[in-house]
Design a protein around this ligand. Structure first.
Ligand code: SF4
Ligand code: SF4
Length: 425
């Protein structure tokens, strides 16, 4: 069997001779029956983007004067609570804190850790409120410039396996696994996962994606620490870390659900093609990747199964907004529901409504198409046929909790960095 080493690939990268493909480029070549051979491919950049709840950030906030208070007891960043410590801060003024990506603001229940991390990385002013052990309260404003340490830890990221959900009951079910309370009677379908471009789908035995491997987390160079919490051979995921100062705000953010805001992140991992077996595993395509369908009530009752081909192949990655068709409903369901606050209404001086779709914030979830009363969003997200007791339910895909466009964008970025010698394996 032919083989090469990581050192040999790194040398090719240094000499600008490495053949680097994104996973989506490789899959297209396979579909065109034009698969490269072992000598023609050195690295494949794989990626994923989706809600990854097990995300936290460790901050050192250099915000108050030394001696101002003895010890911090509680701290809030834009209303989002952090855990003070673990290192004590006696008389230092500055505070170490851990903030969960899934923590919710105590002031605004549609804001949480995911939105906060994006705002920090975006360089926005962050309001800090602190309560000392003496009960005194202090407040200040900070930007990322005054946060010498900002390290993200993903305790379980880039999962290989997901479950998709439907609601067979009559009543709506509130869950973090859909952007709104999921309507009953098989009226909507939600799923996560980027299928054939996911790193763990492409290296299922974890031959090359190992602790210490370099990665991109939200655009910042980071490393794999190991497997994440609840990871198993059958359902693996990664624990990852990277410095938030180098992250790019477009790759992460908050995602509203009826159970409060969650956090989404983007991960890209290079797979070095060390031997022909690794190349063969990189040939995985969406139609071979199962996607179990479960009852959203309880999550574990599997009702049926589909594949990632049925949810990603040939569907639209983003909606088109036809503003001229908008009937200006008195209460806009899309604005209320859009999980990333990409769709908003502004009013001019004559109180005329103006609807805005922020394409950079948009996650491509599809909830606007599903929800709009005027049918002004053009987006084909597909539907899934589910056979239960010989009755076939054609269930529209209403909410995608992974963003294939962002995932592809990060795999492209990683490929470019490798080609420019800015990223070594
Ligand atoms: S697809 Fe629609 S609902 Fe989803 S994030 Fe984009 S604008 Fe919002
Ligand atoms: S629900 Fe659709 S038609 Fe109604 S205001 Fe919102 S965008 Fe316009």
């Amino acid at each position: 069997m032919k083989s090469k080493t990581i050192a040999e690939i790194n040398e090719k990268i240094a000499n600008e001779e490495a053949n680097v493909f994104t996973s989506q480029e490789l899959k297209e070549l396979i579909r065109e029956d034009n698969t490269p051979n072992f000598d023609e491919v050195d690295v494949v950049t794989c990626g994923t983007c989706g809600i990854m709840s097990g995300t936290a950030a460790i901050f050192h906030l250099d915000v108050f004067e030394p001696g101002l208070f003895k010890k911090a007891k509680n701290i809030y960043l834009n209303g989002v609570p952090g855990f003070v410590g673990p290192c004590p801060n006696e008389w230092l003024g500055s505070v170490d804190t851990i903030v969960y990506g899934t923590s919710h603001s105590v002031k605004d229940h549609s804001y949480g850790g995911g939105f906060l991390f994006k705002d920090i990385i975006d360089g926005k002013d962050i309001e800090i409120e602190l309560e000392s052990i003496d009960g005194e309260k202090y407040s200040s404003t900070i930007t990322i410039e005054n946060i010498p340490t900002a390290q993200m830890i993903g305790t379980r990221m880039a999962f290989k396996n997901y479950t998709s959900f439907v609601n067979p009951s009559k009543d709506p079910v509130s869950s973090i696994f859909n952007g709104i309370a999921m309507e009953g009677n098989f009226e909507s379908f939600s799923f996560s996962g980027c299928g054939e471009i996911n790193p763990l789908e492409n290296d299922p035995d974890q031959n090359t994606v190992v602790p210490g491997s370099n990665i991109l987390l939200n655009g910042s160079k980071g490393v794999i620490l190991g497997n994440g919490t609840r990871s198993s051979d059958v359902k693996p995921n990664f624990m990852l870390t990277a410095d938030m100062h180098q992250m790019e705000p477009e790759f992460l953010g908050g995602f509203k659900t009826p159970e409060g805001p969650e956090i989404f992140s983007s991960v890209a991992i290079p797979i070095p093609v060390l031997n022909e077996k690794i190349l063969k595993q990189l040939m995985i395509l969406n139609h071979k990747i199962p996607l179990p369908i479960a009852d959203i009530r309880g999550r574990h009752l599997q009702l049926s199964e589909t594949t990632y081909e049925k949810v990603w192949n040939n569907f639209d990655e983003r909606p088109i907004f036809h503003e001229d068709k908008c009937i200006k409903c008195s209460s806009c369901l899309v604005e209320e529901r859009c999980p990333t606050i990409a769709f908003t209404t502004t009013f001019d001086e004559t109180s005329k409504q103006d609807k805005n779709l922020d394409t950079e914030k948009c996650f491509g979830c599809g909830l606007c198409k599903y929800s709009c009363l005027g049918g002004v969003f053009e987006m084909n997200t597909g539907s899934i046929a589910i056979d239960i007791d010989d009755i076939v339910h054609d269930v529209p895909i209403a909410c995608r909790q992974s963003d294939i466009k962002r995932a592809k964008s990060l795999t492209n970025k990683l490929k470019n960095m490798i080609e420019k010698k800015e990223f070594k394996l």
